[in-house]
Design a protein around this ligand. Structure first.
Ligand code: PLP
Length: 450
């Protein structure tokens, strides 16, 4: 390893040559990027030898934890046997086909086909085109508009960022593109006013119906939402929200798209988020937990309603990526799913560690600075509040969230801050003791900043 650059040389090289996604580059270059070198279980280690409990599973993705040599072995075997072949023009590979079968087996009964991509963003671009092709093929070519949600996140490609409801993304590059509109989000704490969560859930869901009326049913292709809004702040919808959304989509003949990129593969204690909320989407983009982030792979679960038309009416869907169903990435994903099944991680989140986390994380609600401490499965949020009795927010939410995050980080815990919401999403293998450690460090950070 004599040619490995020293820590300071690496920081200089990084500042000189590496543009990072979603990072304030001026600040990053001044401070130097933290170099993460190794991972094991729920822990990551940086180049200075510091150890952190990764309460965020990388970017909501390392569901089986770090350092699983079974995946490295499966990848090495596939690399040696067949490092690449495409799935265009009449060929497939064994891992791609097996993965399509396996992933559908865990989704709702309407899903029997999968289309593979390299990422969640590409998955969203894929279904966006697929939905228009579908409607044109069934004789409704005007059904093109996609309705999405304010503060949702669906990726960084042009269509993905447009469907996302992040203003700071739209401001760069003149987004959203035509044909994508947004309605409200079921964020009761901030926007619910005097309504009960249940009343508010219905009110926000009915914005979908109002938007369909405004646009005309014949012009609307689909509605997309995350089962639980992740990057937007772990916004867990009131119980009335999803059933009403599903009812409206069905009544108005609008495709329902459940973005499962975060909520899929056990995060909520179900294989997919739509199962947790008891709804049956027509399309479901997936990524992240599909391979636990060990290699990049995503896809779209396609329901029979759409697959039948694509296969029997359309024939050729002129869309795909050189690496769609990449055999090495698919082999990693297959091994990841084998581990999730064998270790019963989905059931573990549902019956054991999820309820344990709910209690431990929920205990932070007694802190003066915490307006609500909520979770579902292993996905949690703390709403920071200047005055919890009135739900008054801090004047500088970003600054307060960053301060809590930085304090936790300095004490060995990775949390994420989205404005004044602290987010947690640890690996599904986290132990009870490690959950206690997360909560203890989070509380210390709150105490320090309050
Ligand atoms: N959809 C959701 C719900 C996500 O959270 C993300 C990424 O965080 C994406 C899509 C985009 O996935 P990717 O970053 O793999 O392109």
């Amino acid at each position: 390893m004599s040619d490995t650059p020293s820590r300071s040389n690496l920081a200089a090289l990084d500042a000189a040559h590496h543009l990072h996604p979603f990072a304030d580059m001026r600040k990053l270059n001044a401070e130097g990027a933290r170099v993460i070198q190794r991972g094991e279980g729920v822990y990551i280690f940086d180049a200075d030898g510091r150890k952190y409990l990764d309460g965020f599973a990388g970017l909501w993705c390392v569901n089986i934890g770090y350092g699983r040599s079974e995946i490295a072995d499966a990848v090495a075997r596939q690399m040696n046997e067949l490092p690449y072949y495409n799935t265009f023009f009449g060929t497939t590979t064994t891992p791609a086909t097996l993965l399509a079968e396996k992933v559908c087996a865990h989704a709702g009964p309407q899903f029997n086909h999968a289309f593979f991509t390299n990422s969640g963003s590409e998955a969203n671009d894929t279904w966006f085109r697929m939905a228009r092709v579908y409607w044109a093929a069934v004789g409704k070519p005007t059904k093109k508009v996609v309705i999405a949600r304010r503060n949702g996140y669906h990726g960084s490609t042009v269509a993905g960022a447009s469907m996302g409801g992040m203003k700071y993304m739209h401001e760069q590059g003149d987004l959203p593109i035509a044909g994508i509109v947004h309605i409200g989000q079921p964020y009761w704490y901030a926007e619910g006013g005097d309504l009960s969560p249940e009343e508010f859930g219905l009110k926000i869901a009915r914005e979908l119906e109002e938007k369909i009326d405004e646009l005309g049913e014949d012009n609307v292709a689909a509605f997309i939402a995350e089962p639980v809004q992740g990057a937007g702040g772990v916004i867990i919808p009131p119980s009335t929200y999803w059933p009403e959304i599903a009812r409206i989509c069905k009544a108005r003949n609008i495709l329902l798209v459940s973005d499962e990129v975060i909520c899929g593969f056990g995060r909520l204690g179900s294989w997919f988020g739509h199962q947790h909320f008891g709804v049956e989407p027509d399309l479901a983009p997936i990524a992240k937990g599909l391979s636990s982030g060990y290699l990049p792979i995503g896809g779209v679960l396609v329901s029979d309603r759409i697959a039948d038309v694509l296969i029997n009416e359309v024939g050729e869907f002129n869309h795909g990526f050189t690496y769609s169903g990449h055999p090495v990435c698919a082999a990693a994903a297959l091994e990841n799913l084998r581990i999730i099944e064998e270790e019963r991680l989905v059931e573990r989140v549902r019956d054991d560690i999820g309820p344990y986390f709910a209690k431990a994380w929920g205990s932070l609600a007694d802190h003066d600075m915490v307006g609500e401490a909520v979770s579902v499965g292993l996905m949690g949020a703390l709403q920071l509040a200047a005055d919890k009795s009135t739900r008054r927010r801090f004047e500088k939410p970003d600054a307060i969230g960053s301060a809590v995050r930085n304090h936790a980080l300095a004490n060995g815990l990775v949390l994420r801050a989205t404005g004044d919401r602290m987010l947690a999403s640890p690996p599904l293998i986290i132990s009870h003791e490690e959950v206690d450690t997360m909560v203890r460090i989070a509380r210390q950070a709150l105490d320090a900043v309050w």
